[in-house]
Design a protein around this ligand. Sequence first.
Ligand code: GDP
Ligand code: ZN
Length: 310
Amino acid sequence: LEDAAGEVAWRAGQAPQDPGMPLPGPGEDTLLCTARGLLKKMQTRVMVGDRVHLSGIDWTSLRGSVDGVHPRSSVLHEPRVANVSRLLLVFSLAAPPFDPGPATRYLVAGEAAGLDLSVVLNKADLVEAAEAQALVDEVTSWGYNVILASTETGVGLAEMADAMAGHTAVLAGPSGGGKSSLINALARRATSAAGVDPTPVEQAVGEVSPRIGRGRHTTRNVTLLPLGAGAVVDTPGFNQPGLEGVPPDRLASFFPEIRARGERACAFANCRHLGEPGCRVAQPPWARYQHYVALLEERVAAEREEAARA
Ligand code: GDP
Ligand code: ZN
């Protein structure tokens, strides 16, 4: 679902199909719809990513109306998209080099958002294979699914597409990691796999929708790029994650290493795992423990500041 001047364009494959409803052919996958009065009266704003119910479809003029919005499984605010179910955190292996500290901040923000996440280590073409593998192994040891990728060689694109299949996915990560390049490469790959001329992709990423027949807003709309059975949001998600929504007491639950140690290593509820007697979460030492401690101190200080201000 795209937002276009208060009207709604629907893309095939992203809404439940009514049995018997004619399937749009290639290049005819967008309907221009208006939101019905009932929807407006209920003050339900249609969001990008919504699954909607359509009525009054006219396949000749490719128009219809939206008369219902299905319950949302998630609402992401940055960018504003409904039903995002998959997050791919993109880091480059080189230029800029991979750095576990800042990467951990993204991972915690992603976990706090409650999204299923995978880590993409991009720009594999810029480092030796052994170095790339060592970093893949390191991040895997933290407890994440890791995809080694490169937009130069195309490695990892199929794996990324698999990870996104059937999902509405968002790519996030530090600027310069290659998110936009990967989104473009994935969209290009999806259209060529579908045997469609690659130009529709450029149109989808571009500013003018030929069927709607006019330019979109000058302020950029969030758009979903169809990708197999799923879709990828065309704009990167958070690229400077604040951790305001992460209370110190919940931080530990966003580290797979701590989750894996679970009750074996610590018997206390509300333990901060800072070496309290009887807590063995820090033993034996694990790679990101120092980053956990640093983020914990940051969150504790921030909470104290907030309390003082209140
Ligand atoms: P974003 O800020 O995360 O969206 O990153 P961009 O997609 O804008 O990419 C940042 C820079 O990295 C650009 O100059 C890209 O051409 C380059 N880049 C992206 N992916 C790769 C890759 O796999 N290999 C190499 N060598 N460069 C890449
Ligand atoms: Zn503990």
